[in-house]
Ligand binder design. Structure first.
Ligand SMILES: Cc1cc2nc3c(=O)[nH]c(=O)nc-3n(C[C@H](O)[C@H](O)[C@H](O)COP(=O)(O)OP(=O)(O)OC[C@H]3O[C@@H](n4cnc5c(N)ncnc54)[C@H](O)[C@@H]3O)c2cc1C
Length: 476
């Protein structure tokens, strides 16, 4: 079997990438070792930037339709950031990962892209022309590129010999999906003696009853990862924080999570790329892991499309590592800082408490809340780009400009570049890239937007042609 791109792993990262490749009209195979879609409850929180990116593909409305997806207030280390609630068009929202996976898989299947189930990748060999992948069931696939979206224990990464540098877990926490009875708890709760519980809304169960994601920790609660989690353990954790005010009505799912923090040193190994948890893992605080993986896929998809269609400039595939590695490195750093300040083991160390109190005091400032929100919403991600000096928009997610009949984000649904040309000045130069970039009038600010929604040129007529060549290759 031959294809252009083999995507290994049909979690949120692999499914998003398969959709990007479909949009770019790239023949691809999406393979997963599981015989059927996982029902494991993992992520629940979806960042503003991920929702915006789904909107730029026309996926957000149908994803949200009919479901119960409460919006929430972002927090940093359990300190809520209320001033950020109305900052973005799409506030932080609860959408269970299983729902996102089901939605994307159905969306792909309706377009005749089917996940190859029961396909466990066991071997890869790459040469100048492509990659040969071997599966446990004996199948062999030859592709021009291979993307490892096979999760934190990535087989592909191991086969590449990548050591996955970082720190092993030193503490475990309980994460559980539950129904609760009694008082309605706040989001972040802490007892005098260091026990804590975080409670996030997760929508409703099939009977319409509210579900919550509960995290528990405190003195003596960090148990070996393989220790089974019982209802008694959850009840005990709730009692330590709430007394009798909040009780467990039903335990739907629970797992122990650790604060291991690791990141691959290189996201590109020749024709093989790492994305999502295969490239970075960390404690799930602040809804960042799945979101970072989905955004890896959005960054890589159109670049692979350009390479397969043979118009990618030489450097384009390398910008995937250059842009996305620093993003996950920053996520790992903020998670480390949050984890420390949350005092997961309930030490109540006086020095730590003093630092935390001081930090909490600072977070009353609007600018501090906005800075932290830049980290947690994905909206503050700024990619390094040429000619960005003095151009504050270049490298950032494009604002959604009203262009009369459409919004600029809607124009990105074709998966192509968009040149906004309010004064109709750039028709001649843009015509040379018309098979890769759509030029539109209207709007207030001239800008060139990449297919993944990032501004790559803004305003300076002298640099437009070089920006088009830099991101969209030689004109045809
Ligand atoms: C309790 C918990 C809560 C979380 N909450 C959040 C949150 O609120 N927000 C957030 O953004 N993130 C959260 N995360 C993190 C999030 O779940 C992960 O970051 C996300 O699942 C990563 O997606 P992925 O597609 O990269 O990898 P995965 O979801 O791990 O998918 C990898 C896929 O690869 C397949 N696979 C593995 N090996 C092979 C092989 N050899 N051959 C073929 N297929 C293979 C697997 O079967 C799997 O389907 C949470 C995680 C946990 C555990």
């Amino acid at each position: 079997m031959e294809t252009d791109v083999l995507v290994v792993g049909a979690g949120p990262t692999g499914l998003t990438l398969a959709n990007e490749l479909l949009l770019a009209e790239v023949p691809a195979v999406l393979a997963d070792k599981l015989p059927r879609r996982s029902t494991l409850q993992k992520a629940g929180g979806v960042q503003s930037r991920t929702q915006e990116a789904f909107d730029q593909r026309g996926l957000l409305e149908p994803l949200l339709a009919g479901g119960n997806h409460p919006v929430g207030t972002a927090h940093f280390a359990g300190i809520t950031l209320p001033l950020t609630l109305d900052r973005h068009r799409h506030p932080w929202r609860s959408i269970p990962q299983v729902e996102i996976e089901r939605f994307l898989e159905n969306h792909l299947a309706a377009r005749d892209v089917h996940v190859w189930r029961d396909h466990e990748l066991t071997g890869i060999a790459q040469d100048k022309g492509g990659v040969t992948a071997t599966f446990a069931n004996g199948r062999v696939v030859r592709s021009r590129y291979l993307v490892a979206a096979d999760g934190g224990r990535s087989t592909v990464r191991s086969l590449l010999g990548d050591e996955f540098p970082g720190r092993p877990g030193t503490v475990t926490l309980v994460a559980a999906d539950v129904r609760l009875s009694g008082e309605q708890p706040k989001t972040h709760n802490r007892s005098e003696d260091g026990h804590w519980a975080a409670v996030f809304p997760l929508g409703a169960d099939p009977q319409g009853r509210p579900l919550h994601r509960l995290s528990l920790g405190g003195p003596g609660r960090s148990l070996p990862r393989e220790t089974p989690i019982t209802e008694d353990e959850i009840r005990d954790g709730l009692r330590a924080v709430f007394g009798d005010r909040v009780q467990l009505a039903e335990l739907c799912y629970a797992r122990r999570i650790t604060n291991a923090a690791r990141q691959a040193a290189r996201y590109r190994h020749g024709r093989v790329f790492l994305a999502g948890d295969a490239a970075h893992v960390h404690l799930p605080i602040g809804a960042q892991g799945m979101n970072t993986g989905i955004q890896d896929a959005l960054n890589l998809g159109w670049k692979l499309g350009a390479a397969v269609h043979e118009w990618a400039p030489e450097h384009l595939l390398d910008t995937y590592h250059a842009e996305r590695h620093p993003v996950a490195a920053a996520v790992l750093r903020n998670v480390q800082a949050q984890s420390l300040m949350m005092d997961h083991e309930g030490t109540r160390d006086p020095d730590l408490m003093a630092a935390r109190d001081l930090f909490a005091d600072l977070t009353r400032l609007r600018d501090v809340q906005f800075r932290l929100d830049d980290l947690l919403s994905g909206m503050g991600i700024r990619y390094p780009m040429p000619d960005a000096a003095g151009r504050p928009l270049v490298g950032l997610p494009a604002p959604d400009q009203d262009l009369g009949p459409v919004r600029s984000h809607e124009l990105l649904r074709r998966g192509r570049g968009v040149l906004i040309d309010p004064a109709d000045r750039f028709a001649k130069v843009a015509a040379r890239w018309q098979n890769r970039v759509d030029r539109v009038g209207g709007g207030a600010e001239p800008m060139l937007i990449r297919p993944d929604g990032y501004v790559c040129w803004a305003g300076d007529p002298d640099t437009l042609e070089s920006a088009l060549g830099h991101w969209f290759g030689a004109p045809s």
